[in-house]
Design a protein around this ligand. Sequence first.
Ligand code: HEM
Length: 392
Amino acid sequence: MATASVATDVQLSELADDPYPVFRRLRDEDPVAWVPAAGRYLVTRHEDVLAVERDQRVFSSVEQDSLMNRAIGRTLLRQDGAAHKRLRAAAEGPVRPRAVKNEWLPAFQRNADALIDGFFERGSVDLFAEFAGPLAGANLGTILGLRSATPADIQRWSQAFIDGCGNYGDDPEVWTRCAAAVAEVDAAVDEALPFVRENPDSSVLSSMLHAEDPLTPEEIRTNVRIFIGGGVNEPRDAIGVATYALLTHPDQLADVVAGQIAWRTVFEEAVRWVSPIGMYPREVTERTTLDGRTLEAGDRIGVVISSANRDERVFERPDEFDTRRGSGAHLAFGGGPHFCLGTWVARVSIAEVALPTLFRRLPELTLPEPGAVRMAGWVFRGPLALDASWRT
Ligand code: HEM
C-alpha cells in the first residue's frame, strides 16, 4: 500500500449526511486522498476521474474480495477488456437511443400515467415512494422481459442487491435477503427463457439470448442482476432530485414550463448537482502515479463522480442547481468502458416522460415543507421522501 496522506479524519457518517464540503476540501488539498474510513484512495477532481476512466488496464474494474461479486455474482460491471465487451454487446441493442424511443417510450408513458391516475384524487403524496420508485421499477420491468415479475418485485430485488453490494458491516440478515432475491430473479429468468427462446422480442433478455455471441443461461441470470441492481435506484433518485430542484427554484421551473429550458437540460443538471451514484470502485494493477500520488498494485480507488461533478475547475458555482449554466461535461453516468448502459433509458423515461408528465398532470404542484426534504448517502445519494401536494 502506498504512503498514507491526510484526510484521515473523514467519517463515513459525515459523507452520508453531506459529502460536498468534504469533497471540496479533498479536491483543494489532497485530490487523491487516502481515506481510512472508506479503505480507499478517493479521487475527487474531474480531470483525475477522467484519467482513471481512460486507463482500464491500470485502473481495473475487477476488484479482489468485491462485495458486489459476493452479493450478485461476477457481472459485466466487474470485468475488463474483451470479456466485458462481449457481455455488454449482448445486452446493448434494446437500450440504444433509437430502440428506447421507438420501443419503450409509449410504455414508459403508460406506466407514468397509471401511477398518477392511482393517486391524483388524493391531492398529496410522497412522490418519492409512490411515483419515482414504482415508476423506475415498472419501466425496468418493461424492458427486461421478465414476464412473471411485478414492478414491486423488481423494486424489492433491487433494494436487496444494493444493500448486499454495500454490506460493509457484514450483516447476516442483509446477506440472507440478498440471496433470496438472487434466487427469485434466477427463477424469473428461468421461467421466461423458454418463451423468449421460441418468441424473440425486443427485451434485454431476448437480446442476451439471441445475440450474435449469445450468453449462456448462467451468464444471463448473473447479468440480469446488474440491470436490476443498477436500473431502479438511480432513476428513482434522479426523478426525486430533479422534482425537488424545480420546486425549490420556481424561476427555473417557470422557464421550463414556458419552453425556454428543455426537460433534458433539467435532467442533466439534476444528475450533475446530486449524482445518484456518487462513488464507484477501481483497483490498481501496477505501480502508477495519479495527480502526484504514487499508487501500488492492489491499492483500491474510489472514483468520486459526485465530487468531479462539483469541481470548480470545470463548473462555475458548482453547488448551485442552475439549468442555465450551459456546460454539460458531467460524469454522472461514468466516463469509460463501463459508461452506464441505461443512460438512454434514464434520459427518455425521465426527461421525456416522468418530469413533463408530473408537472403537466399535477396542477400547482408544490412542496408544503421544502425544508423537511432530506438527502442522504455518498455512494448512492438521493432524497429519502418528497411529500408534495397539488390542486385536484
Ligand atoms: C439516472 C440514472 C442512472 C445513473 C446516474 C446511472 C449511473 C451509472 C454509472 C455511474 C455507471 C458506471 C459504474 C461503474 O463504472 O462502476 C453505470 C453502469 C451501469 N448502469 Fe447505470 N445509471 C442510471 C440508470 C440506469 C438504468 C435505468 C439502467 C438499466 C436499464 C442502468 C444499467 C447500468 C448497467 C447495466 C451498468 C453497467 C455497464 C457496464 O459495466 O458496462 N443504469 N450506471
